[in-house]
Structure formats: structure tokens, C-alpha cells
Design a binder for this molecule. Sequence first.
Ligand code: PLP
Length: 333
Amino acid sequence: MLASNENPFGPSPRAIAAMQDVAAQVHIYPDPDYGALRAAIAEAKGIKDVSRLAVSAGSDEIIHLLTQAYAGPGDEILFTEHAFSMYNVSALGHGATPVTVPETDFTAGLNALLGGVTERTRILFLANPNNPTGTMMSVQELQSLQDALPPHVLLVIDGAYAEYVSEAYEADIRDLVDRRSNTVMIRTFSKIYGLAALRLGWGYFPAEIAATFQRIRPPFNINAFAVAAGTASIGDTDFIEMSRRHNAEWREIYITRLNAMGLPTPKAFANFVLPDFGTAERASAANEYLKENRVLVRAVGGYGLPSRLRISIGTAEDNETVLALLAAFTASR
Ligand SMILES: Cc1ncc(COP(=O)(O)O)c(C=O)c1O
């Protein structure tokens, strides 16, 4: 399964033990404030004011709740042409108008984003690194974007893959939230923490936005297993560091070997790569060939990238299997 950017090592062993402990207690509602979980996240991520940190049922829920709170019919929601699909879904679901701007070399850019802003723009969603391109803007560019963005636009920095960049980058985007009253950061436990099926995300907001978010959030939006697993694993730095190092090592191996096979693959910052097969037909044939050999990757035609496939980085064995299959495929087709 290399189609959904999950952690191939599974959850942290601490998360599994914590869920086993909670199994006999699920007749009790969870703490509606999620105080222990929020405190654990705040401590692990260097956030001083825990009242500005909120949790959600996956970061998808934060995307929807922010859209519900800040945009509606007649409003515009801005993102780039190959942005994460949920931004479009959420805009349409709340009656707002999605507006896309082009990327350069599959990367969001300051001028293009600012060029898309109008009086009606309410939210700018930016995944950094982005899914499915894997590219990112620098922190300096993000600061320039913040400085130039009019105050009526909420900048949502989606750090679903931030842990795969570096701890320093995680701190940088946290600090961007403190620079402006119109910037929020959203994060997930679905990727490096290996808890995708539990549906757990979190966000760090300016005080006023945190208060609004808490008012509209369903009171028991996080289940007890997610609370236990998230609280236990957020500080498992050994597990995170091991996952980050494995990913960085294999990301470089993938890029080098895919390029050598004649499948141009852009520099990537998350836990997946995006080789180009030249045509939609060849990408589709490669996808079929991988499927026949029991490997699932993601076709990204729906993202406007029909000649590419998105391949999540797996275990060493998974990666060797994919690379051998693609070498065989490109040798003959
Ligand atoms: C950029 C980005 N944001 C948000 C999400 C949603 O993650 P979740 O709802 O599992 O937290 C994903 C999942 O693939 C993603 O790639």
C-alpha cells in the first residue's frame, strides 16, 4: 500500500500500548476539552499557550470547520492548481468559490498567490510541503506572503508533512502563526505518527480564531483511542526520528533511481515522490503493471497531473520492489 502517504512502520509502540489500556474504558465519554492531549502536543511542539491549540477528527475536519466559519456563498477560497484536493471539496461543500492559481515547477509561488487575491478572498490554503507535488515554499517566502496578504484573508498553512522536513521547520511554521492575527497552522497524526485510521489532527491559531473554532467544534469530535494514542506518541522522538531518517534516505534513492530510468522526478520534501511517465497512457500502463504485481500507488490525473504517479515511500523492501518493477516496466515500454 503505497497510495496514501502513511508511515510504513505503523504506529509508535507507545500508541499501541496506550490503546490497549483504554479499551476497557470506552463506556466513558472522553474529556471534551481534550486537555491532556492538547498539553502533550503543546509540550512536544514548543507551544506556550495551549488555549490556542485545538484538536480535530483528522486535519480534514479543521479544513472543513475553518471553511464553515470563515467562508460561504459569494466568498472565494484560494489555492494552487495542484493543491490538496480537500480544499476544493470544502470550498464547494460550503458554497464558496474555489479559485486556483498556477504553480511554477510544481511549486506554489508568492506572486501567483498574491495575484489570485481579491476583495472576496476569505481563505488561502497552502500545504507546505504540498500533496501531491511534494514541493514547498521557503520560510522566507511564507513570511513575505504573510506580509503582503491583506488582513481579510486567512492564511492556512497545512503542515501535514512538516515532520518530514525537519524539527526546525516545524518550529518556523509555529512561529509564523505568532507573527500575524490572520495565520493558522494545521497538522495531522495521520502521516509520520502512523495513526491515519484513528482520525486525529490539530491546529494552532491566533486567540480569536481558536475561540471561534472551539465554539463550532463538535464537543466529542475525538474518540478515546485517538486521544490515548496521540497523547502517548507525540513525544516519541526516537520513533519520529527513525521514520524521518528512513524517509529522507529513501526519498533521495527514489529520486536518483527514477531519474536514471528516464522518469523525471522533482525534488521532494514529504514522504512520497512524483515521477513523470511522459504521457497519461504510459502512466496508466505503469499503474496497471504495478497493480498486477500487488503494488498500489496513486494516479493523480484528478490533480491535473495525468502523466505522473504518486508513490509513497515504504519500507526498504517495498521500495526495492517498486523500483525493480519500474525498471522492468521502463525497459520494455
Ligand atoms: C496536505 C494534506 N492535508 C491534510 C490531509 C488530511 O489528513 P488527515 O485528515 O488524515 O489528518 C492530507 C492527507 O492526505 C494531506 O495530504
